[in-house]
Write a protein that binds this ligand. Structure first.
Ligand code: AMP
Length: 193
């Protein structure tokens, strides 16, 4: 059982790399951004609440997000392992994930951090905005999301470092090359980690 947290700024390639890892390792994929966008599309109350934050590039409050994560996880698992993509984004979320998994007899095996310079992130997200149809892929919201990332999410890297789970990878260059680097790390995780 391998539970992986894929970590990085908006536009760092978490979604792309998650897909490749899902195919290779047969893991389940939980993207909290995708979960929220589905709620918005379905016009649910939760979707309406989430949209107000997403459109401003802000984070959904921790308590709500933690509840959504647990519901999503329990709908998919028990399973052979999960890639958490876009969660956790704050230290309280990381602590809640740790506790939630412990209550279910498992844990995060590794955190994989994709490191990409901000100018490159901005360029990638502006490009993605041309085709993604995502309301938050516009310059003003992208800049807000990057600010939120540095202020609220980046400090989590140190948290995972202290947990002994942090692994960093250069998140630019060829997609396959980045994927190989991630696979090398995953393959080196001890079975009981
Ligand atoms: P993403 O698709 O991961 O870039 O997420 C898009 C937006 O959804 C973010 O900018 C947040 O507004 C919201 N969101 C997704 N995951 C989380 C999370 N773990 N905590 C708070 N907000 C989130």
């Amino acid at each position: 059982m391998k539970n992986i947290v894929i970590f990085g700024a908006p536009g760092s390639g978490k979604g792309t790399q998650s897909q490749l890892l899902v195919e290779k390792y047969g893991l389940r994929h939980i993207s909290t951004g995708d979960v929220l966008r589905a709620e918005i599309k379905n016009g649910t109350e939760l979707g309406q609440t989430a949209k107000a934050y997403i459109d401003k590039g802000q984070l959904i409050p921790d308590s709500l997000m933690i509840e959504i994560l647990a519901t999503t996880y329990d709908a998919l698992c028990p399973c052979s392992g999960v890639i958490f993509d876009g969660f956790p984004r704050t230290i309280p979320q990381a602590e809640a994930l740790k506790q939630m998994l412990a209550e279910r007899g498992t844990r995060v095996s590794a955190m994989l951090e994709l490191q990409v310079p901000d100018e490159m992130l901005l360029e990638r997200l502006l490009n993605r905005g041309k085709t993604s149809g995502r309301a938050d892929d516009n310059e003003e919201t992208i800049r807000a999301r990057l600010d939120v990332y540095h202020a609220q999410t980046q400090p989590l890297a140190e948290w995972y470092e202290r947990e002994g789970k942090r692994n960093t990878v250069r998140g630019y260059g060829e997609i396959e090359e980045i994927n190989r680097a991630l696979c090398t790390i995953i393959d080196s995780i001890p079975e009981n980690a």
